[in-house]
Design a protein around this ligand. Structure first.
Ligand code: BGC
Length: 705
């Protein structure tokens, strides 16, 4: 629609109709059953149903079509509804969970996954996805780390941007493009104690340094929507936090798109006790410039009167305009049923799901037990051996019955396979022990259910469940060649079981192709290439934890480890069991020392860092050289080491390749006490590593500011 026609349409809306555009409800209001992802509060009354602007959580195109038809037939201005949904790691074809995808450290792969999700979701009538989640995280007690890109802000920013590019494509008019909604603004991942929805308190430096950049990245890619988070920050729930929204999000970050509340978050301002009633809740959210009220009746009941009372028609018009603009950009006025007629190549989607899962699994330990050989007698046993609960939390359309379990995948590759599943009620230990004795190798498959990770799934104990630990002990007594394969939406605490197994694989939740991919990885038909985007802690007592340990006045060093007054635990090491960036491969890579194009970096200049990598094995594979840096002296404390750059390099057997990283002064910047991100002149140490703790070589440069 032409802009002038759209403006005329906007001007014809009554006050109530304008408010309606800002109200979002589930399909239940139209008599259909939608996806319920929060407590049910009233969203809009029936009378106002044909004025609302958007719907969330429909399942299929047919349902979207039916709701849209009924709506258009009954509404005065026939402004099509926007349909939104949580398309987080695929729609029907399920890709690995985001934390698993982040293990690929590969933004091109993630862009491809997001594109594929968009193609499938738009075909089912979806216009907007509530993804990506850009929350900075360092506490795996919080179940939603599953949806994150892990604990490094640079990695997370790059991957967040890739999701946005993938979903939105080049043009939103393209019927396979989905508008993206980056969430949750802001600080949600810092919930105290890792308890979901809990209070957050962050310093401004921390906020600017670690929490905002991924959102800034999404905005730079043109993300159309932002979602507010449930938590409070600086003492004020974000949904009512004028400073953070107006000054930071809309001001400093320059976001001009739609701001939507999280599920029922406006009404929850009453539970936070910062609003006495719905009127006040609506007022605070609206004044903060939250455009859409997801699933409460605060806007629908209160906003019209409020706008009159406070003479804020201009603000209302601006919010409505943002919604109408998006509808127009998506081409909904011309085609309210957009996307439904496109064709989806399921085979191609499955191939992407297979590739993504292959690149996402992480080999944490391997003492020469993997790969498995075809002629070996293998026992696969555990709570997850035959489970099809492998898709992960946000796979509401994905059919877990159609997913390939580990045992099913392995059956096709290993002729001498015994499968024993373990469920709480029916464990036959003697049969398991006998089978373990008979086997050459044992694959122990254990871990979380999809209910145990994700939203509202915080945990204080991240060890395997008791029966799984017993299983490992019992197998260990009879067979020491076992491979532990864990399914989880978060890093687990494996410190106690680690010595009892020869190999460990973090399989996260890998999606529809799980069993086929794991089987191919176990046999060596495929190679491991995933690296941890989040550290595996040694103990829950270390949390929150990030590899970016800050400098302290009393750091622990190799010289002072026996002294008392240093920063350490009495009963545990400081570091993780498996560090950020760690991940093994069947290939063996050798790395040259780091080489510099110059020792000095000039203002507005560049320098190039090179390393030559050789694949010294008989198997093709991906190497992941990781460059870390340390600013030697800083104005505010900074981490001992932080990730600067990385590259996935595919190398054939015997192949050698030089990899280059271009470094500019901005790459070395940090947030100072005046909240400005600038680079200090002076010395910087640069490290080449295969994880945050496995450092192969080091060099130094000076920035001449
Ligand atoms: C979650 C959001 C999600 C929304 C809609 C909320 O409970 O926090 O991430 O997008 O529900 O389903």
């Amino acid at each position: 629609m032409e802009q002038t026609a759209l403006k005329q349409l906007a001007s014809r809306l009554s006050l109530e109709e304008k408010v309606g555009q800002l109200v979002q409800v589930t399909p239940d209001f139209f008599g259909n059953q939608g996806e319920i992802t929060g407590p049910l509060r009233q969203g809009a009354d029936q009378q106002k149903l044909y004025q609302i602007g958007s719907v969330l959580g429909t399942h299929r195109a047919q349902e979207v079509q039916q709701i849209q038809e009924t709506y258009l037939a009954n509404s005065r201005h026939k402004i099509p509804l926007l349909f939104m949904a949580d398309v987080i790691h695929g729609y029907e074809t399920i890709f690995p969970i985001p934390l698993a995808l982040a293990s690929s450290f590969d933004s091109e792969l993630i862009q491809k996954v997001a594109r594929s999700s968009a193609v499938e979701a738009t075909k089912e009538g979806i216009h907007v996805t509530f993804s990506p989640m850009a929350d900075y995280v360092k506490d795996p007690r919080w179940g939603r780390v599953l949806e994150s890109n892990g604990e490094d802000v640079r990695l997370s920013t790059e991957l967040t941007k890739a999701y946005v590019r993938g979903y939105q494509g080049n043009d939103l008019k393209d019927e396979t493009s989905l508008a993206a909604c980056v969430k949750h603004f802001i600080g949600y991942g810092a919930a105290e104690g890792g308890r979901d929805y809990n209070t957050v308190d962050l310093s401004d430096i921390e906020l600017y340094q670690n929490y905002l950049p991924a959102f800034e990245g999404a905005i730079s890619e043109g993300v159309r929507l932002v979602m507010t988070s449930f938590n409070s920050i600086h003492g004020v729930p974000v949904t009512a936090n004028k400073t953070l929204i107006q000054t930071v999000l809309r001001g400093k970050l320059g976001f001009e798109g739609i701001l939507i509340s999280d599920w029922a978050a406006i009404a929850e301002l009453k539970d936070h006790r910062v609003a006495e009633n719905s009127r006040e809740a609506a007022k605070k959210a609206f004044e903060a410039s939250v455009d859409i009220d997801m699933m409460t009746d605060c806007y629908s009941q209160e906003l019209a009167d409020l706008v009159e009372e406070t003479e804020s028609m201009e603000a209302l018009d601006a919010a409505v305009w943002r919604v109408l603009q998006l509808k127009n950009e998506l081409g909904l006025f011309e085609n309210p049923y957009r996307g439904m007629k496109t064709t989806v190549d399921k085979k191609e989607l499955n191939e992407v799901a297979y590739e993504a899962a292959t690149r996402s699994a992480v080999l944490l330990k391997n003492e020469q037990v993997l790969p498995l050989k075809k002629e070996e007698r293998i026992l696969v046993v555990g709570t997850k051996a035959t489970s099809t609960d492998v898709l992960g939390a946000w796979s509401w359309i994905g059919d877990c019955h159609a997913a390939v379990s580990l045992a099913e995948g392995m059956k096709k590759e290993f002729p001498h396979l015994t499968i024993l599943s373990v469920a709480e009620e029916t464990v036959e230990w003697s049969a398991i022990e006998e089978a373990a004795r008979q086997a050459d190798k044992v694959v122990i498959a254990v871990g979380e259910t999809s209910e145990e990770a994700g939203e509202a799934a915080s945990r204080t104990d991240l060890r395997l469940r008791e029966i799984e630990q017993t299983l490992i002990d019992r197998v260990f007594k009879h067979n020491t060649n076992s491979i532990l394969l864990t399914f989880s939406g978060r890093p687990l605490v494996l410190t106690e079981v680690e010595p009892k197994v020869k190999a460990i694989i973090s399989a996260w939740f890998l999606g529809s192709q799980t069993g086929s991919v794991l089987s191919a990885l176990l046999s060596g038909a495929q190679n491991f290439s995933g690296h941890l985007p989040m550290s595996y802690p040694r103990s829950v007592g270390q949390l929150p934890y990030s590899y970016q340990e800050m400098s302290t006045g009393r750091p622990k060093t190799s010289e002072n480890a026996d002294q008392k007054y240093i920063s350490r635990y009495l009963d545990e090491e400081n570091g993780p069991l498996y560090a950020f960036g760690h991940g093994l491969s069947y290939s063996q890579f050798t790395y040259s020392a780091l080489e510099l194009s110059a020792k000095q970096l000039q203002k507005n200049g560049q320098l190039t860092l090179s390393v030559t990598i050789k694949n010294d094995s008989k198997q093709a594979g991906y190497a992941l050289p990781q460059i870390y840096f340390q600013d030697e002296f800083t104005e505010v404390i900074r981490p001992k080491r932080e990730l600067l750059a990385w590259q996935q390099v595919n190398l054939q057997p015997g192949e050698k390749q030089m990899v280059q990283f271009v470094i500019e002064p901005d790459d070395l910047a940090y947030v100072h006490s005046n909240l400005r991100r600038t680079t200090d002149p002076g010395a910087f140490r640069l490290f080449l590593g295969t994880s945050a703790v496995d450092i192969l070589s080091e060099t130094k440069i000076t920035f001449v500011g």
